[in-house]
Design a protein around this ligand. Structure first.
Ligand code: CP
Length: 331
């Protein structure tokens, strides 16, 4: 299937040349990206961020392209930032949410995908509660598929915007001490960040209660600890992960209060990190559970910067995946 991208305008002069593209047709996992591709996306996002500072925040890069945002699990940040990114690139966008689709009537994801496919979209952005749903979709769909979070598996564009935000504050990734703290077991953000940050040379340590530890996580080249003080020691970056009670069947810790007492990030505990530490959280936050409000809203928090950078990073991903001369050879 060929979409309408052949009619697109060239990339704006100040967005790096013509999209050199990525090796893979889809973005399903952070692990599919080489170090060079990650840096290409981050560099492209810098140019895209500048577009967002203009009076008219729009470039014609994806004019004529159709992007379907298929969000079958709740989302605020990812859904809206993809939509803004697509609009800034002049794509035609279509939003389908779980509550309004025929999936509620029992239609399978594959039948939904084939139905959408018949309308020839160029890109499908999928969020789904099931791990692996994006791979399934990519197997039956001719459009490019972008994983916007699949179950407990991965959330690659979140890891990319996290890396972009870190790069705005730190001189480099090599040897950077990154502590990722929280509900490791249920976190797709953790998996994508480990793959991305270790590929860039960061020194990643992960921390959480034993019951929420990811079995075998050390295989990915990170250090695991159940001591928050240990994780925070000399950290350059502290990334909190949400306690995902909606994915928990049973009791993983005695109470939210007890969780906060042992694993909650407070200003006092943050004193163990480097003086120039930054604090991150992908959102949505459980204030008073994984993070104290004065830290979340304090001077070292870059949480809202992460949200803002999500637009530029998603513009870059769309540009590099779909802006690469899809219709090469088309009349
Ligand atoms: N970080 C993130 O994925 O947030 P949303 O669930 O609001 O999209």
């Amino acid at each position: 299937m060929k979409g309408a991208l052949g009619a697109r305008e060239a990339a704006p002069a100040d967005v790096p040349g013509r999209a050199p593209g990525l090796r893979s047709k889809h973005l399903l996992s952070a692990g599919d990206l080489s170090r060079e591709e990650i840096l290409l996306i981050l560099d492209s996002a810098e140019a895209m961020k500048e577009v967002g500072t203009r009076r008219i925040k729009k470039v014609p890069t994806l004019r004529g392209a159709t992007v379907v945002n298929l969000f079958l699990e709740p989302s605020t940040r990812t859904r809206t930032s993809f939509e803004i990114a697509e609009k800034r690139l002049s794509a035609d966008t279509l939003n389908i949410a779980g509550g309004t689709s025929s999936l509620l009537k029992g239609e399978t994801l594959i039948d939904t995908a084939r139905t959408l496919e018949a309308m020839a979209p160029d890109v499908v952005v999928l969020r789904h509660a099931a791990s692996g749903a994006c791979h399934l979709l990519a197997g039956v769909c001719d459009a490019r598929v972008i994983n916007a979070g699949d179950g407990m598996h991965e959330h690659p564009t979140q890891a990319l915007l996290d890396a972009f935000t870190i790069r705005e504050h730190k001189p480099g990734f090599e040897g950077l001490k990154v502590a990722i703290v929280g509900d490791l077991l249920h976190s797709r953000v953790l998996r994508s960040n480990i793959l991305l940050l270790t590929a860039l040379g960061a020194d990643v340590r992960v921390c959480g209660p034993r019951t929420l530890m990811l079995p075998g996580v050390e295989r990915f080249g990170v250090r695991a600890t159940t001591s928050l003080d240990d994780a925070l020691a000399d950290a350059d970056v502290v990334m909190l992960l949400r306690v995902q009670e909606e994915r928990m069947h049973g009791h993983f810790f005695p109470s939210r209060r007890e969780y906060f007492a042992t694993f909650g990030l407070t200003a006092e505990r943050l004193g163990r990190a480097r003086p120039d530490v930054i604090v991150m959280h992908p959102g949505p936050m459980n204030r008073g559970v994984e993070i104290a409000s004065d830290v979340a809203d304090g001077p070292v928090s870059v949480i809202l910067e992460q949200v803002a950078n999500g637009v530029a990073v998603r513009m870059a991903v769309l540009y590099l995946l779909a802006g690469f001369d899809v219709n090469e050879g088309a009349a």
